[in-house]
Design a binder for this molecule. Structure first.
Ligand SMILES: C[S@@+](CC[C@H](N)C(=O)[O-])C[C@H]1O[C@@H](n2cnc3c(N)ncnc32)[C@H](O)[C@@H]1O
Length: 279
């Protein structure tokens, strides 16, 4: 039996709220429809801190990419990249290390269309429509393979995109497949909202996302915990400071290091170790 089920592509449907477009609404964007705004407003009633959390998430993304560029990584695959906004991976990576190659992946055709329109004439950058629930399809995609040499270390970014896949086993298999497919020296970065700090808020939000069809997979009472995210790094060497509330992950000058009580997302970066050239 294949490890991953072949999936039908996501069809554009403005009447069903969509995670990428709700996120766009939270950060003040215009690429959203009435159904997205309705679900987003309900989410904001439950958690008014969501726009701040999104901004913290983008700061975390920037720090992770700069950190990896400083560690010598020149290839990035951003899975669940979201609608284009300021401080995207190619902007950060190519500012830190010119010539860095970036492939964006999302299963939302609106995200892919917008991103392709913006990045059409960017060298060293590509956007592909693919579903992370089928990671083989992502790594085997011809456009990815034109830009990314999988015989060289690569950074796989899974930032706030696995939150909407409720099946723990599937998420572990996705990360495990990506880990096994990349060569030593590669890194996997994960950002994820967790239940530990504000369980009453995350339980309500989780139920809203399930009820509105934004989350795929079985119904669950609570979103993942910090311990669940730590376990996703099994088989990787977790870089310092480990899996932490994101404001605490290598805060840069001018960043407070956070009020972690207000930001209930964690993040971390793991490195695959082993003999060079091995998989
Ligand atoms: C909250 S946004 C995160 C955007 C960006 N990674 C960031 O950190 O700002 C999550 C993105 O994951 C995408 N996504 C959700 N499920 C996905 C899947 N199964 N395959 C690929 N992308 C997915 C959504 O379409 C959305 O664009």
């Amino acid at each position: 039996m294949a490890a991953f089920t072949r999936l039908e592509p996501v069809v554009f449907d403005p009447t069903t709220p969509n995670e990428a477009r709700m996120y766009d609404y939270f950060v003040g964007g215009k690429d959203n429809f009435a159904a997205d705004r309705d679900a987003a407003r309900r989410a904001l009633e439950i958690a008014p801190e969501l726009p701040m959390m999104c901004r913290e998430g983008r700061r975390f993304l920037g720090r992770v990419v700069r950190h990896l560029a400083a560690a010598g990584i020149r290839q990035f695959v951003d899975i669940g990249c979201g609608l284009p906004t300021q401080g995207s991976v190619h902007q950060v990576a190519q500012a830190a290390a010119p010539g860095s190659r970036v492939v964006y992946v999302d299963n939302d055709p609106v995200v892919v269309m917008h991103s392709q329109a913006l990045l059409d004439d960017h060298r060293n950058t590509a956007v592909i429509e693919a579903d992370m629930r089928d990671p083989e399809q992502i790594l085997g995609h011809p456009r990815l393979n034109e830009l990314i040499d999988l015989r060289e270390p690569v950074a796989i970014l899974l930032l706030f995109s696995m939150d909407v896949i409720s099946d723990d086993d599937l998420v572990a298999r996705i990360v495990g497949h990506l880990r096994d497919a990349v060569v030593p020296g590669s890194h996997i970065a994960i950002g994820h909202s967790v239940s530990d700090l504000r369980p009453e808020v995350t339980a309500k939000l989780g139920a809203l996302y399930l009820d509105r069809g934004i989350v795929s997979g079985p119904r669950r009472e609570q979103v993942r915990s910090k311990g669940d995210i730590e376990r996703l790094f099994d088989g990787l060497t977790l870089l310092e400071p480990g899996v932490v509330y994101i404001p605490r992950w290598h805060p840069e000058e001018g960043e407070a290091g956070g009020n972690p009580g207000a930001v209930w997302s964690v993040g971390g970066v793991g490195r695959k170790d082993g003999p060079a050239g091995a998989r």
